[in-house]
Write a protein that binds this ligand. Sequence first.
Ligand code: SF4
Length: 396
Amino acid sequence: MAQVDVLIRDGHAGGTAAIDDVAPLEEFLSSNQLLEKVKLPNDTDLSLLIDYLPRLKTIMIDFPSFADGRGFSIARELRKKYGFTGDLIADGPLIPDQYVYALQCGFDAVKVDGVTYERQAESHWYDALDAFKVTYQRAYEFKNGPEISVFDARETSASSRNNNDPYYGLSASEALRRAIKEYDGNLVLASSMGVDSSVLLHMVAEIDKNLPIIFLDTGKHFRETLHYRDKLVSMLGLTNLINIAPDRQEIKTEDPHSDLNQTNADACCDLRKVRPLSRKIFDYKVRITGRKRFQTPDRRNLPILQTNDEQVKLNPLAYWSAKDVTAYMRKHKLPTHPLLSLGFLSVGCQPCTTRVSDGEDARAGRWRNLDKDECGIHYVDGKWAPIKEKKTLEVF
Ligand code: SF4
């Protein structure tokens, strides 16, 4: 069987279109055509490329052997010094143990030749990604153990300073304590009672059991979610749970047969989630959210304290990874959502939530088969956005 090159991206073997027709540097520089892909030796003088970088889509960097790490330096220089934002691909006999470092240096993918791939197929690369998914230079860690690469940590460090995040570097519980003090207790936590909600509820309970916690009862939740809510509230001794619900008259008029979700899910979310939450949430100066940087590209620069919106947002878990959440739940022996063990990695309303299969994204089970991946509760420029507007931040 012919042994062909394989591109490993995000730990998985994928198509090789990105590496077709890549011109060697000399050919690229002498060509009068507007080529968009180039392959560089690992001793290239990058200043030669300055004028071309804005339109270059792909740069492949040669690794003559796995022991020659100069390609890593070139990648870092391209990202950090020259601000290159296109695809960066490492080309050479790298081994899976080097994969995470390659990503940390700014590579998007590694090209593996067919012979190497026969020995070290997809699972080796994927396992390496998992096994080495820790901060490479521990000096970049934040308190409470966020899990980010050195490359992202540098980005994070720079962007956080740019954002002027006054809570930068605080642990989650320190951020909560400080905000409660600074905002005189005028904070609210809107909790979906989902699979990782127990973390913030537990932290809040440790500091102030009477802090308001809003639960939005859409009328469509799994019974398990409602039981889980009651269990957590009782176990943690929370004394200020506020259940809010859609307006009865609006339900009667707009969803009289309780089947709007089947015909117009956006309208249903607007009726049962966006409007009821909007009516209550702005009673408070600060809203505590469980949003995390790793969840979506939109959130990659999320600060811990966000003061540039109409309502201040406190994101104590901004720098947390999924592993941090699990570790915290284990450490504090917090019960898991009853549906988690049945394969529901993200739990919303019952009619719009399904199990996910191995390898699927955690949110793949939400609104499956619908061209919809968010519930319509979003902030756009600091305001709750009508559903048809650009969606920037998903909340539940
Ligand atoms: S998630 Fe489904 S049932 Fe719940 S409000 Fe949205 S459309 Fe309606």
